[in-house]
Design a protein around this ligand. Sequence first.
Ligand code: NAD
Ligand code: UD1
Length: 339
Amino acid sequence: MATILLAGGAGYIGSHTAVELLDSGYDVIIADNFANSSPEAVRRIEKITGKNVKLYELDIKDADKLAEVFAENKIDAVIHFAGLKAVGESVEKPVMYYRNNIDTTLSLLENMSRFGVKNIIFSSSATVYGEENKVPYTEEMKRGVCTNPYGWTKVMMEQIFEDAAKADKELSVVLLRYFNPIGAHESGMIGEDPQGIPNNLMPYVSQVAVGRRECLTIFGNDYPTHDGTCTRDYIHVVDLAKGHVKAIDYILSHNGVEIFNLGTGTPYSVTEIVDTFEKVNGIKVNHVYGARRAGDLAECYANADKALKVLGWKTEKTLEDMCRDSWNWQKNNPNGYNK
Ligand code: NAD
Ligand code: UD1
């Protein structure tokens, strides 16, 4: 079976993808500097699957160190999760974001070229659709204008991959545009473990529920949506992880660049998320309505037809599953991996 290098594989999406790849019979190598994750996640991947993961603690930007990973292993494909992803922080520290997110990409591409590895999947984001495009987003829409450096790194990296594939006809690239991943593995052993105050909705909701934070502020209830709060395409992280397995199956037998939305195609509002979380888990989430957050769009959701047609992938889990599994992870690990 093929060997897959997961750059940034100890993180939230990478750890869930590692489990699904191992369960599908792939060998997995993780390279991570734990900038936003913990080696404990890798131990838990091994516990869940009963399989070994080869782990390299290194900064992917360091192309020489990364070369050792390529020299020591026969890698069939790379999945590039290694990025910084906090939108607000990217506005404050743009150079750090451009340096990390772009250099990791270049370092991977250089080593792939040097060692003859021809397949790479990249963690892109729905953020590349920007403000100009109308929902539901389809893959052939032009990339839009982003409101923050994090988003721009995704736009730039998509361009870098497209240029690299133009120059090397054997290179196969899959750009996966994630919508809003939430939830956790049903074992409750791995999940999202943000450092500090969470930026994203679901970790905030579950930290309020567990008593780590006092109250959720819902950012705006005067949007032109059915209940006035923003709508998003929330996707269970295990469904998302399974999308990567399908993309690996695909990439190993195709060349060129393909883009896929990974979303459910169904939007839910912030209020619906809070209500569903409270209902399925039987727990109150203190919340108040506050001002809009700068840069938020009223609506964001995918047309996910292409992933179904080409990869044979579609989501299986419900919003109830997402809320239940997020809470199961949070209550079993109130302080994330640092119990
Ligand atoms: P995460 O922070 O949990 O995982 C990223 C991993 O990359 C972490 O383990 C971190 O330590 C590692 N990393 C970062 N820089 C590195 C470097 N220079 N060298 C080695 N390792 C490094 O984030 P995630 O939610 O799992 O996201 C994975 C990818 O998906 C990111 O590129 C992110 O931008 C993208 N994405 C995430 C979301 C989301 O909502 N979570 C949405 C769209 C796209
Ligand atoms: C955000 C980023 C996006 C990034 C994604 C994954 C912005 C503008 N967008 O998406 O670029 O790819 O995270 O990291 O930051 N909300 C609240 N209260 C909170 C937190 C969130 O009401 O405390 C609301 C937001 O206003 C939004 C929804 O919940 O309507 C989802 O927010 P979030 O989880 O941050 O995701 P996005 O903003 O969609």
